[in-house]
Design a binder for this molecule. Structure first.
Ligand code: NAD
Length: 245
């Protein structure tokens, strides 16, 4: 579904991002995995060795426009284009408002919102010049319901939805589609570390009766990146088993 396309996946070193990288590679894309450190990027590339020649690593500071522009230029120079940007890197916290520090709030906003702005701007400049592309953002089900602690995280994901709708409208004339995926509880490292009993309790509250797997989210990323979604822009696609909390 993605043969001949080149994708950049931020936070592609583990969890949902690594699942997106695998899905895109299985579907014929060239992939640049963007991580925060060279060591974690190299560890991820070891897991993707089967696709040698179609996968590379970059580790720019996602909030630094110069570093991001240079890293994206290196991807374009290796593979010839940048067709898909998956803004997946994210951090969360559940700190109560009474204990929340400004530093913690700023860090959440930097990774979850500012980096999406910086990376989207760098990618859109390249995509406009080449005639189009796809930008995908990672929202969350908490961007519909909020959550009862860690207010910075849902606030950041509401902002991601706002960027998604606005950029979709602004960039449509340049043939750039912009959509978001809003995962529910998904079995990444954080969920895998929870006691099975707790995971069972969470699963019981989800109408489909289970937490999501990273591949469930990656499948949505595949659809939205592909030409199957050629008339879809500005949506936030919920992939949460109809969870309501
Ligand atoms: P994870 O912690 O396993 O992975 C997060 C990724 O982001 C890692 O690769 C990490 O290196 C990267 N990252 C974090 N800070 C970074 C920075 N400053 N620069 C570059 N990369 C950075 O988490 P995950 O569960 O795979 O989450 C991926 C995305 O999905 C996030 O945006 C998260 O908010 C969202 N999400 C996850 C769930 C869930 O239940 N797992 C639910 C809803 C939304």
């Amino acid at each position: 579904m993605l043969t001949g396309k080149t994708a950049i996946i931020t936070g592609g070193t583990r969890g949902i991002g690594l699942a997106i990288a695998k899905k895109y590679l299985e579907n014929g894309a060239n992939v640049a995995v963007a991580g925060s450190r060279q060591e974690t990027v190299e560890k991820a590339l070891q897991q993707l060795q089967a696709y040698e020649g179609r996968v590379m690593g970059i580790w720019p500071d996602l909030c630094d426009p110069g570093e991001v522009a240079d890293a994206f230029a290196s991807v374009k120079s290796k593979y010839g284009s940048i067709d898909i940007l998956a803004n997946n890197a994210g951090v969360s916290s559940r700190t109560s408002l009474y204990d929340y520090t400004l530093e913690e709030f700023s860090k959440i906003m930097d990774v979850n919102v500012k980096a999406v702005f910086v990376c989207s701007q760098a990618a859109a400049r390249i995509m406009k010049e080449q005639g189009g592309g796809v930008i995908l953002n990672t929202s969350s089900m908490v961007a519909e319901y909020g959550q009862p602690s860690g207010c910075g995280y849902p606030a950041s994901k509401f902002a991601v939805n706002g960027l998604t709708r606005s950029l979709a409208r602004e960039l449509a004339k340049d043939h750039i589609r912009v959509n978001a995926v809003a995962p529910g509880v998904t079995r990444t490292d954080m969920v895998a570390a929870l006691p099975q009993e707790l995971v069972d309790r969470i699963s019981a509250g989800i109408p489909l009766g289970r937490v999501g797997e990273p591949v469930d989210i990656a499948n949505a990323y595949l659809y939205l990146a592909s030409d199957m979604a050629s008339y879809v822009t500005g949506v936030t696609l919920r992939v949460d088993g109809a969870a309501m909390t």
